[in-house]
Design a protein around this ligand. Structure first.
Ligand code: SAH
Length: 400
């Protein structure tokens, strides 16, 4: 379940996820799960004031406020990842995921002519665990990379998580340089001596031959939601429930809204989610790759333009009503890989989506697992089968 874009011959992959059905009644939409308690969080208070002042807000505006509002956003001040948090991701479960991605980056670097330098750019790095596993592989394969000038670039909006990333990845004896007012808000050196920098926006990352990585990043970007009605497409908004104080509800816009331009003319679904911010980021990635070379690997829960209502919340590893106690739960919507591919078109080639399981199998996860358990073939007894795909992970491994 990931996407990759690359100048010349890029590729991508994706996978499936559960969907919570939405019940539409008249002009209202409910998640089908009534909130256990109507907790009035600071975020709910903020949203209620906002809606009272300017009217109902789009689902995209709601997601953006709830997740990344600089003062109260869910991602900004907390560590939500892991067993004690709200959700867990592959790198937090096993080191093998990051190790195989590390090998993938090196393999792409070799296949594209061993550039004298490369940047590894990660979007939404969480606790920095994935980057740590990748960097360990870079160190282990130091003899291969010895003449390559590597730098690490983290795109992260969360102050709290950037601090955790720095703790995970940097050499504590070398003090971090902090500058909250600058577009590069933190700089340091990794445990293996590689320069590492933090930015809030991809725009601020220096241009240059780069490998981009986004794992469970695109699914938290804000989506607009649309419902097909007898009058045509109508956008879903969030309003205050007139019956219950401090409760939010879904409503349908009474007329066409500007975001409707994002719906494909030949759309056959009756409910659609569109993430324009993801489109902007993919266009930026594609332009960068077309200009300076490299590749992007995008791994996420997603579909290929087939799913409908996938907007949901997670709190304490359980599904959570998206409109209840905003700011206390993660909000997510499955990534539409067909949309990402359209946004990359004409600039770079793209591969996939394929299931993450298939990608990892093609990358030799079974071999790595056996090795970790101390009983098997060394990694160097295998090679990729060039006739299937010139890009590692997108074709089966062949045994010599
Ligand atoms: N990749 C990590 C974490 C996924 S959670 C893992 O797989 O474990 C989503 C990450 O994206 C968090 O680090 C969050 O702070 C960051 N994030 C969310 N919205 C963002 C935005 N608009 N720009 C940059 N980072 C963002």
């Amino acid at each position: 379940m990931s996407v990759l874009v690359r100048g010349g011959s890029g590729r991508l992959c994706a996978a499936a996820r559960r969907v919570i059905p939405c019940l539409w009644s008249g002009k209202c939409l409910s998640s089908g799960r009534e909130p256990a308690e109507n907790q009035v969080t600071p975020m709910l208070r903020h949203l209620v004031y906002k809606i009272k002042a300017t009217g109902p807000i789009t689902v995209a505006e709601y997601m953006k406020e709830v997740l990344t509002n600089p003062a109260k956003g869910y991602y900004v001040h907390r560590d939500m990842l892991g067993e004690k948090g709200d959700f867990i991701t592959s790198p937090e479960i096993s080191q093998i995921f990051g190790e195989l991605l590390g090998i993938w980056f090196i393999s792409e670097w070799m296949a594209t002519g061993k550039n004298a330098a490369f940047q590894l750019v990660e979007l939404g790095p969480g606790k920095g665990t994935l980057a740590g596993d990748i960097l360990r592989v870079f160190s282990q394969l130091g003899s291969v990379l010895k003449n390559c000038d590597i730098s690490i670039h983290m795109v992260e909006v969360s102050e709290k998580l950037s601090e955790i990333q720095a703790l995970t990845l940097t050499e504590e004896k070398i003090p971090l340089e902090r500058n909250a007012g600058s577009s590069v808000y933190m700089k340091g050196v990794t445990k293996s001596g590689i320069p590492i920098s933090w930015y809030r926006d991809l725009h601020d990352v220096p241009k240059g031959y780069s490998f981009y990585l986004a794992h469970e990043f695109f699914d938290v970007l804000p989506v607009h939601k649309f419902q097909k009605t007898p009058q045509g497409w109508r956008e879903v908004f969030i309003d205050i429930d007139p019956q219950v104080s401090d409760k939010l509800r879904f409503v349908l816009a009474p007329c066409v809204t500007p975001a409707e331009v994002f719906i494909q003319r030949d759309e056959i679904r009756d409910h659609v989610e569109v993430c324009p911010e993801a489109g902007v980021i993919i266009q930026e990635l594609s332009q960068r790759i077309a200009l300076t070379g490299g590749a992007a690997l995008i791994a996420d829960y997603g579909h290929d333009g087939t799913k409908t209502d996938t907007f949901r919340g997670f709190c304490g590893h359980k599904l959570h009503d998206v409109l209840t106690a905003p700011g206390t739960a993660d909000l997510t919507a499955d990534v539409d890989f067909s949309y990402l591919r359209r946004m990359a078109e004409g600039q770079v080639a793209s591969l996939g989506p394929i299931k993450q399981q298939t990608f990892l199998k093609n990358m030799g996860i079974d071999v790595r697992l056996k090795r970790l358990h101390g009983r098997s073939h060394p990694m160097n007894t295998c090679q990729s089968k060039p006739s299937v795909s010139p890009v590692a992970g997108f074709g089966e491994l062949a045994w010599r």
